[in-house]
Design a protein around this ligand. Structure first.
Ligand code: PMP
Length: 442
């Protein structure tokens, strides 16, 4: 690239000139990353980085089977799903085969936001109602509907004050930092049912509920046991539809489960999925029952120009095939356990770490000053910056931006986990040593 590319600073300045800062970038002085291979990234100075943050590229970067499938299909045909070709049938069948019994209708779009918006429209069509129940601390996307039900303060500090009237919110059942902690976790369901009863008395009728099965941007916090099943039962009793936003958890990342809602022992009426289903290629889907799909059809036809295109479909089918061929869900379980254990061990040793959330390769590490009520976003930022120097990419997430989001490609192996843990250990040890010398607080 050297002869034609601008110097790193010039390229960053050019980026900000035409690509507004609202589309922020990682790090103040980001490395220029132009190549990736499995869970590794390479900058233009030849430095390698471990990618601990990319929950989209589940198969890893530069996956040759995806590249070959795209290359072959682009040369043969790319068109829209109003034409009749095999790729869309094969992909829809493959997706339906992964979904629970009775969810066998597939609508293909291009992103998570689109999938969530479509799910909201379908819940409304199925019920003839408007109001949607959602949980705080969640992010569901940028389109009008998905944005309306997104209240993660890390993304939009004014979110709670600016929701439209049709959005009904329940407090996030955050058992680490919320109102009910540890053994009090079951009280969240009781509170939710009380709230529903209160809305009943006001005559509120819900079209449905949309939530993640395990908090994504909220930092990987698991919902309390039985929460989703209890909430969904109560919403269904009231005639509403239950939507699981599987966009961030995607396929197999929990290790023990393919879908996120399985961890909760609950079955949704609508699944919204995206991100990892294309390994970075824009792909999203809604999977639902025939009854809901038919209710939606009454509104007219549904069409997305690139959703369900031959190229998108071969990407989607190849992702599912490679996931199986390479046994990546098993890898998420085995390597995720190593990673989780190693992080919990660091959490016991270093005061800056408060808890490890999540399971498999869907993890979040709280950076705090002593406990849950003192989130420490500055320390989280500094730890991420120091890790970059060690060749490891991690970013903060959560309402307070103090949770280290740890969601690497599912290709990650034991040596890479060890490299990451030792890098984090070194960063934390140096912070403590500096604090002991009176340099700064930890
Ligand atoms: N839902 C969840 C849970 C997400 O994490 C995201 C993306 N962060 C979205 C929806 C929106 O997906 P997209 O960025 O593909 O529109």
């Amino acid at each position: 690239h050297a002869a034609t590319s601008p110097a790193p600073g010039d390229l960053l300045a050019a980026r900000v000139r035409t690509f507004p800062l609202v589309q922020e970038h990682y790090y103040d002085a980001p490395p220029r990353i132009e190549r990736g291979w499995r869970h590794h990234l390479l900058d233009t100075d030849g430095r390698g980085y471990l990618d601990m943050v990319n929950n989209v590229a589940i198969l890893g970067h530069g996956e040759p089977r995806i590249a070959a499938a795209v290359d072959r299909q682009l040369r043969r045909l790319n068109t829209n799903s109003r034409f009749h070709y095999a790729a869309v049938v094969e992909f829809a069948e493959a997706l339906a085969a992964r979904a629970p019994e009775g969810l066998d209708q597939v609508l293909l779009v291009n992103s998570g936001s689109e999938a969530v918006d479509l799910a909201i429209r379908m819940a409304r069509a199925a019920t003839g109602r408007t109001d949607i129940l959602a949980l705080t601390e969640a992010y569901h996307g940028w389109t009008v509907g998905a944005d309306a039900i997104s209240t993660s303060l890390g993304d939009n500090p004014a979110a709670l004050a600016t929701r439209p009237a049709w959005v009904r919110l329940l407090d996030a059942p955050n058992t680490y930092r919320g109102r009910h902690r540890g053994p009090d976790a079951p009280l969240y369901l009781r509170d939710a049912l009380d709230r529903l009863a209160h809305w009943d008395a006001e005559g509120v009728e819900l079209a449905g509920v949309v939530s993640e099965p395990i908090f994504g941007n909220g930092g990987g916090v698991l919902l309390p046991d039985g929460y989703l099943a209890g909430l969904w039962d109560a919403v269904r009793e009231r005639g509403g539809v239950c939507v699981s936003d599987e966009v961030q958890v995607s396929y197999g990342r929990l290790g023990a489960h393919f879908w996120g809602f399985e961890q909760q022992g609950a079955v949704p009426d609508i699944i919204a999925v995206a991100k990892a289903m294309g390994n970075g290629h824009p792909l999203g889907a809604v999977i639902t029952s025939r009854e809901i799909a038919e209710a939606f059809a009454v509104e007219g036809s549904f069409f997305s120009s690139a959703g369900g295109s031959p190229v998108s479909c071969v990407v989607g089918s190849t992702v599912l095939r490679v996931l199986d061929e390479d046994r990546l869900q098993d890898n998420a379980r085995v390597v995720g356990a190593l990673l989780g254990d190693g992080l919990r061990e660091l959490c016991d040793r270093f005061g800056a770490l408060g808890a490890v959330h999540g399971m498999g390769l869907y993890l979040g590490v709280e950076v705090v000053r002593g406990g849950p009520d003192a989130p420490d976003p500055r320390a989280a930022r500094e730890i991420c910056a120091a890790l970059l120097e060690e060749g490891v990419i991690v970013q903060p997430t959560g309402d307070h931006k103090n949770v280290l989001k740890i969601k690497p490609p599912l290709t990650i192996d034991a040596p890479a986990v060890e490299r990451f843990l030792r890098a984090l250990e070194g960063v934390l040890a140096r912070r403590e040593a500096r604090a002991e010398l009176g340099g700064e607080e930890v």
